[in-house]
Structures are given as C-alpha cells and as structure tokens.
Design a protein around this ligand. Structure first.
Ligand code: HMG
Ligand code: MG
Length: 309
C-alpha cells in the first residue's frame, strides 16, 4: 500500500505547516561533506514536493560544522528570495553579516535550555548566549528579517539528565521576548514522551505563550517522535519540524540521531486528512535519491516500506 486510507479525527487541526530541516539539521551531521550540487538539487526537489518552508543551511563557524561550510555557495545557487521562505541558522552577528551579504530574509537563532549544552554548542554560558543573540536579533529585525528561535534540550539533556519544565519555559520566553515570531521546542536527543509534551505545552500556555507561537522539533532517537507529534497536534500545535528521509542530529550532542522523518509525518497527516501541501510520492522519491548519494538506506520507515512509491 503506497498511501494511507484517510480517516479524519475531528479533534485535530485541519492543516499544519511542515518546517523542513533536512538540508540543515539532516546534513550537518553527515560523516562526509555532501557536494553542493547534491544540496542544491535536494532543496529544489523539496520545494517541488510542496514543502512550504525549507531551512537550507547555517552561518555558523565553518570549523564547528564543516558540513555546512559551503553556505554562501549554496545560497548563490538556490532561489531563496523569490519563492518559499528558506531560513538559515545564525548564532551571532558574524553569522548575520554573512546572511545579510547573501540577501537572506529569514533566520533562526538557536538557544539551549541547559548550561552544559550552551557551552558545548555555542561556547557560551546559558546567560552569555542571550548576550550573543540580543544584538543579532535586534539588527535582524531592523533589517526586516523574520527571526525564529529554537530552544534545545527541552525534554532532557545527555549531560545534565532531566531538565525542569520551568527552566525550559524561562529560556523559551527569553528567546521569544527578543522578538522571535516563533519558538521551536527541540527534543535534541529524542528522549521525550507524550505526557511530557502535554505538560510542557501546558506550562508554556500558562506562562502566556499560546500554541500558535510554538513549533515542535522532535528527533526520533527513542522512537517517540510520531507519538509526541500526535500529542502536540491534540494540544493544538500546528507547526512541526521534520527532516526528509529522517536524516539528522546535532554534532555537539552525540546521542542525537535523525529528526522525525518528513515522510513518516506526512503519512500520518495524510491518513488523518490533515492538509500539509506535501506530495508524499515526490518527497519519498527525493529521500530514496538522497539515500543513494549517501550510500545507505534512509532511516524513514515510510521510505523503507515503499510508501508513496
Ligand atoms: P566561538 O569560538 O566562541 O566564536 O564560537 P567567537 O565569537 O569567539 O569568534 C571566534 C572566531 O570565529 C572569530 O574569528 C570570529 O570572526 C569567527 P577571528 O576574529 O578569530 O578570525 N566566527 C565566525 N566565523 C564565521 N561564521 C560565524 C562566526 N562566528 C564567529 N557565524 C560560535 C561561537 C557560536 C560561532 C560557535 O560555537 C558555533 O559556530 N556553533 C555552532 C554549533 C552548531 O551549528 N550546532 C548545530 C546547530 S544547533 C542544533 O542542531 C539543534 C537544533 O536542531 C534544535 C534541536 O534539535 O534541539 C537547532
Ligand atoms: Mg535538531
């Protein structure tokens, strides 16, 4: 069976936005550097498959993430100004300068809910990360850019263990207060479970942050990503990050594996009759093509089962 039977659930939203992170979160963790020609084709194929937003690369230090050191060249070669939003990760003013030089209109800053990961991923303390983001976001907003914010380690941290919900909400609110339009809640190492998702969303709502300012960013390390997505859908969240073929991870969090596979998400949404605008056959064909370039099967269950073929 290549597409699911459609059986809607009236408790769920009628449409969602899929924020595709494959070219960035997916490829930042590859052992080898994927040629820029392949990246360009990947981005173009994702757009053709109907993804409404594609995060394409990062303007981070090239020594920290050599896999994305070709950010400038990629932006020269994809149409990031006329079509759908193509955000890039930007940690600081140096990254913003590079993004502005390429005419980028959408950026994402990425904070940490924990002290240890702030140091490991950004070389800053928890408080110092805000000193880095604040002037970056102020300038980006002055330039008329859209700024999204991520917060990592929302559901647990491999070095610190459990992360208190209050701590996640406090960091998330500080990031939103800088002027970000949306906060993406990252389960960086995929440890969260459904009740935790509901409790975290309840806590954000209680702190004055409604579901429509939030997105969920699930990694599938422990096989919980789709269940957690369902819990967030039931709560009322309508933006979900996902990575074509289930690639991904964070090079500064070794236990992070792939993101929720976009195909697995689209299969569930299609079955529930929830519109995403994504063409599952075109997307699955893209991930099979990419798996060929990477030399190994896609981690996506739907891709491997022949879904959409
Ligand atoms: P640092 O070493 O503290 O940087 O790194 P610095 O500010 O001290 O500057 C040192 C030198 O680096 C300077 O050069 C800067 O110009 C240069 P010098 O004057 O010595 O010649 N520099 C840069 N060069 C190019 N682009 C830049 C840049 N910034 C400084 N942007 C820094 C601090 C933040 C740069 C570093 O820690 C870094 O690049 N970190 C990025 C790590 C990363 O990309 N991690 C993966 C993404 S996060 C993720 O995957 C999680 C997420 O998916 C959500 C989830 O799953 O939870 C988003
Ligand atoms: Mg991630």
């Amino acid at each position: 069976m290549s597409l699911p039977m459609v059986v809607p659930d009236p408790r769920l939203p009628s449409s969602v936005t899929i924020y595709e992170v494959g070219p960035r979160d997916g490829l930042q963790n590859e052992q080898t550097v994927v040629p820029v020609d392949v990246k360009v084709e990947l981005v173009e194929r994702l757009v053709t498959a109907g993804l409404p937003v594609v995060e394409v690369t990062s303007f981070v230090h090239p020594k920290w993430v050599p896999q994305l050191a070709d950010a400038e060249e990629l932006l020269d070669r994809v149409d990031h100004t006329n079509g759908i939003p193509m955000p890039v990760l930007v940690p600081n003013e140096r990254g913003l300068d590079r993004a502005l030089a390429k005419g980028v209109r959408h950026i994402a800053i990425f904070g940490s809910a924990t002290e240890t990961f702030a140091r490991r991923n950004l070389n800053r303390s928890l408080d110092e990360q805000f000193a880095m983001f604040e002037p970056t976001v102020t300038r980006a907003l002055d330039e008329g850019m859209d700024v999204r914010a991520y917060v990592s380690m929302c559901f647990g941290d491999p070095w610190e263990g459990e992360v208190p919900i209050d701590q996640v909400v406090a960091v998330g609110k500080r990031l939103l207060d800088l002027g970000a339009y949306q906060l993406s809640l990252g389960d960086t190492t995929g440890v969260g479970t459904t009740g935790h998702v509901t409790a975290l969303l309840d806590a954000f709502n209680a702190a004055g942050v409604p579901d429509d300012r939030l997105a969920m960013h699930f990694h599938d390390t422990y096989g919980q990503a789709l269940a957690n997505t369902y819990a967030a859908l039931l709560h009322g969240v309508t933006t979900f990050d996902a990575s074509a073929g289930g690639l991904g991870g964070c090079p500064y969090a070794e236990s992070a594996t792939g993101n929720l596979a976009t195909e697995d998400l689209v299969w569930m949404l299609d079955g529930l009759g929830i519109r995403s605008g994504v063409d599952l056959p075109a997307l699955a064909a893209t991930s099979r093509w990419l798996a060929g370039h990477l030399g190994r099967p896609s981690p996506s269950r739907v891709v491997n089962a022949g879904g959409g073929a």
